[in-house]
Ligand binder design. Sequence first.
Ligand code: PLP
Length: 434
Amino acid sequence: MPEIRSYRSIPLWRDVTEEQWNDWRWQIAHRITTVEQLDQVIHLSDEEKEVVDRSLSLLRMAITPYYASLMDPDDRACPIRMRAVPTVYETDIRPEDEADPLAEDVDSPVPGLTHRYPDRVLFLVTDQCSMYCRHCTRRRMAGETDRALPQSRVDDMIDYIRETRGVRDVLLSGGDPLTLSTDRLEYIVARLHEIPHVEIVRYGSAVPVVMPQRITDELVSMMKKYQPAWLNTHFNHPKEITPASRRALAKLADNGIVLGNQSVLLRGLNDCPIIMKELVQRLVHNRVRPYYIYQCDLSQGIGHFRTSIGKGIEIIEHLWGHTTGFAVPRFVNDVPGGVGKTPIGPNYVVSRNDRMVILRNYEGTIGRYIEPEGLEPSECPEECKLCDERRERGLDEPQIGLSQIFSGAVGALEPADLDRHSRNEAARRRRKHA
Ligand SMILES: *Cc1c(COP(=O)(O)O)cnc(C)c1O
């Protein structure tokens, strides 16, 4: 990996003290937001300078000095630079692009809160990020105000969670929740912690990547008070794992915060099995469990970052079996239109008959598993009360998806609005009136 430049070698920050540099408030206040500042950190062509200006109307540019100092000044394909610096491609809106491809605003009972899956909600606490990633999926709102939400909106979302007993997992995101002051964050987390049915709070934050200075003793001792706490961060490339980010991760892990990582598969940045293997192995070495690799969404102006879905399958093919099982993330596509996250991966089942499943491993070796003979369908033991107990806790098991077919509740599933339904309905009416 290339050497990291000392920030003092960059004229813009020549006189910055160590104390300032390590202060996250200084980092936020001194983010790079103009071409003139950026030009003092990396070499930009005239064309690039013009483009940066033009893209700023689409998604704000703000780059922490820390993250900017990691950029290769001469290489446009530097992964740090690709994540942070606008390019002309962002102005290319493709026919398949959408403002809100995941329909997050549609599944929102309260503005800013998406309740799509049965037992967990996505809680957008701010539209501010310490740095705006050029591949942002929430470009429709990220950086709109570059500040925290008004308290009343946060309170409305907390009220919804309090009134909805089935919610046991709250995912704080945004924007980046760790851009809030520790006091404001604690206000939210403490209120969630008081709600008996909320079992876990998750932070979704890129701060360990783009502004590790934010992981202060003060923040971590607050987070530690409200266990269990999980944090999913957002490393995309091994170059982002620096001494400073490793210290931040260690501080979180030492204090019992469970760490995961979500990457986005990005063309020309990390769409390579070797880069991904290097990344996941370094993450595990730093006590971070690789959780997801996302297929790049259909948000507007990020088409140039997208890869085929096949690329993600190829990456998983290169990881599973080749390295530590828990270093292998799930590859998921958040299917547009609110369909939601769907895991995708290589096929390991080669064939089957009524007794045998033929499987292959990562080497291509093929074997078989013989299934038990003459099995009766399993039945619930009479003394088991788990379903009743869960129902009493508000976690009733709604019959959703294929589980309805497995349980025998229905024999088939079909879309609600098939043409033949309306034809059949019309025929029924005609017969009735005949
Ligand atoms: C991703 C997401 C979640 C969390 O999903 P997990 O698969 O449990 O990590 C929750 N709500 C929404 C709307 C999401 O997009």
